[in-house]
Design a protein around this ligand. Structure first.
Ligand code: DAK
Length: 257
């Protein structure tokens, strides 16, 4: 494991996955997500684990999918490689997952946190879907999950402007379970994990499945629609311009082509 660290029994029945690409603000490249997928599959089968916590570091949970890895891809590349199918594993995990978020949770990072079952945030957490600024749109559930979590008006504003939501706002809009000072966020995540881990693992998994079922049929359709539109943005010159501009550290010049 190069980009994540897994500790199986950090506390009894609680496993911890730490994203570990700090210099790139935990940008989610393909290998990192494959490591997360493999870790979740193993932890899901491990009887000594009942609850999983996923975290980054104080500065960043994750600043999105790796733009440098996507910048030159065509729409057909994106469709055919289907590199993002690894992301589907997160939502297939049967055990509850808590995201412990501090600092940036942007783009794919915000989507990753929202795919987890609960979010504990530090006061410095910043959530957002800034893909629009690099000529694309959310592709891993942002248009669907953010809208369901915080309502249409606010989700539309965030997705169309790329603005960030502070931890306090995220709490106000119901995106996160609790906000605590930075030095407390891991402790708080473990307290929640330990409480859930003391329950029947059978009932916990069945209850999680049932809560998810409340919107899943609709969600499946929405996710498929979003993914196609996300891939379609890769047929535009604007996506090439937006991502090149990010890599070259300049402002993009969008032409509507
Ligand atoms: N990708 C690659 N590198 C990134 C990155 C990213 N998303 N975010 C940050 N980095 C890198 C920077 O390039 C920089 O690297 P060096 O230049 O030092 O080599 C380093 O991390 C530190 O970043 P900054 O120097 O920019 O740090 P600042 O504190 O000044 O700014 C920032 C922090 C978070 C505001 C800024 O880094 C930023 O705007 N980052 C990009 C945020 C973003 O646009 N995220 C959305 C990416 S698109 C899908 C699955 C997933 C997705 C789509 C589909 N399917 C399942 C279909 C997801 C798409 C996205 O997430």
């Amino acid at each position: 494991m190069e980009f994540i660290k897994v500790t199986e029994e950090k506390e009894p029945f609680v496993a911890l996955i730490e994203l570990n690409r700090p210099k790139e603000l935990n940008a989610l490249n393909r290998q990192l997500m494959e490591e997360v997928r493999d870790a979740l599959q193993l932890l899901d089968k491990n009887d000594k684990v009942r609850v999983i916590i996923i975290t980054g570091n104080e500065k960043a949970f994750a600043a999105g999918a790796d733009i440098k890895q996507m910048a030159d891809k065509s729409a057909i590349d994106m469709l055919m490689i289907d590199q993002f199918s690894t992301w589907d594993q997160i939502r297939k995990t049967k055990k509850p997952i808590i995201a412990a978020v501090s600092g940036f949770a942007l783009g794919g990072g915000c989507e990753f946190a929202m795919t987890c079952d609960m979010i504990i945030a530090s006061e410095s957490a910043k959530f957002g879907q800034p893909e629009i600024k690099i000529g694309t749109m959310p592709g891993a559930g942002g248009t669907q999950r953010l809208t369901k979590a915080i309502g249409k008006a606010k989700a539309m504003e965030l997705i169309l402007t790329g603005r960030f939501l502070s931890a306090a706002e995220a709490h106000f809009y119901g995106l996160v379970n609790k906000v605590v000072p930075v030095e407390m966020f891991m402790q708080e995540a473990f307290a929640l994990a330990k409480e859930i881990a003391s329950m029947s693992p059978v009932a916990t998994q069945l209850a999680k499945e049932a809560v998810n079922r409340s919107f899943e049929t609709q969600l499946d359709e929405g996710l498929a629609f979003e993914r196609k539109n996300f891939y379609l943005t890769f047929a535009s010159e604007d996506q090439k311009e937006g991502m090149s501009a990010f890599v070259e550290k300049r402002a993009p010049n969008f032409k509507g082509k």
